[in-house]
Write a protein that binds this ligand. Sequence first.
Ligand SMILES: [Zn+2]
Length: 191
Amino acid sequence: MEESISQLIEVCENIYDKQLVSGKSGNVSVRLGDYIAITPTLKSLNNLKEEDIVLVDMESNVLTKGNPSSEVNMHLNVYKKRSDVNAIVHTHSPYVTGFAFSSKKLKRLEGFGEIKNPYLPSIEYEKPGTLELANSVSNNIKEEDVLILKKHGVICVGKNLKEAESLAVFIEESAKTQFVSYMLNSVEDIE
Ligand SMILES: [Zn+2]
């Protein structure tokens, strides 16, 4: 169990260092048997300590001191719907979130497994931290491992923490590539 909590902290450091999260935004969790370990609310994901991580059971009962992320129900709902998912990374990473605030769809670029759909799936805006958002996410993530939350951010899931982290990094890179492509295609060539 301790190893997973230390891995959770490591993933938080990594996504902070890669600037996928900033300030106190973003949240990460891992499934540990019949409960989950999740990052705390209102704390930066940079420099978290083991005692900052909150354990919560599947009925949303908090098992340790501290308060879990306000998106704890979003995480729990996904774990309940998806037995194959053992880790979740939610960020407001800037390029993906830029697309989420636009009418543009994000293409699913090559580099992360089979492409089933040409575009990444998205859901309409629901207020962060609400059961409406938690339900919409868990009803729509289905067989996909990524979901764009319109006017909010992105959620990436995986069979372990490394997979969810890698996907979050890949999706942000994909959005950046697509952004650069849009920019270059919108200007004339230099003579
Ligand atoms: Zn969020």
